[in-house]
Design a protein around this ligand. Sequence first.
Ligand SMILES: Cc1cc2nc3c(=O)[nH]c(=O)nc-3n(C[C@H](O)[C@H](O)[C@H](O)COP(=O)(O)O)c2cc1C
Length: 259
Amino acid sequence: EPDELAQAAKIAQEYGYDELNLNVGCPSKRVRSGAFGACLMLEPELVGDCLQAMREAVTIPVTIKHRIGVDGQNPRETLLPFVEYLAGRGTDTFIIHARKAILKGLTPKENRDIPPLDYPLVHAIKAEFPHLNIILNGGIHSLEQGRREMRDLDGIMLGRAAYRYPDILGQVDNMFFGDSHIVTPFEAFAAYRPYVVEQLAKKVPLHAMTKHMLGMFKGHKGASAFRRILGEQTVPRETGIEVYDRAMEAIEAEMGVGV
Ligand SMILES: Cc1cc2nc3c(=O)[nH]c(=O)nc-3n(C[C@H](O)[C@H](O)[C@H](O)COP(=O)(O)O)c2cc1C
């Protein structure tokens, strides 16, 4: 409901977020039963109302994330009017997951892999609306691939790659924003440690802070021990910073450093 989204937007802004994104590309059953998520692509007026209500409630940017279509839609016919309509109502940033969502018959996980990607359609949308920010999402596995696809676009969004290969995030500023420095996994690990210590003191479980890091040393010696120590030993809630440090020791031991 637009009113509730406006209230939620205000709350999120108070938390200090830089941007709010309305996701109308989610195919999960839970969101479908509430008639939000990807099925909203069939109701552009309602989406327009929601975005407008959110925009009017806050001063930070409000953006949309969506698929190229749902179910029986032909994206080559329906995506352009969808974007055009919302742009006409004031949305200027569209993050497009370049595959359809099939609400009948595919699970959410299958919906992230099975419907074919159509990057050319996203580029075509940009060509049609050069003044809009068009950001491509879906199936981008590496920064090199992302840079190739960026070409004419305004951005790329990584989903699973950021989780599977988190070390690549340390290269983003260098590759896309002209920063001379590449943040190594070692630097990232050390920089994150004070935050982990602080949150552990607030009873945040270690695994909640480390589960996205398991792949960060992929390709390094000791990576599998690192993964095992952080992945397996942090399931009990009470594990502390010593597990974090032990994971790094496993890498250093393989490298012949510090031990
Ligand atoms: C576990 C999981 C949770 C997700 N949650 C959200 C979400 O809350 N909001 C959203 O816009 N997309 C969400 N997504 C979708 C991703 O943002 C992205 O659109 C999708 O994974 C395709 O991009 P990728 O191929 O780079 O992973 C989620 C994906 C996964 C795997």
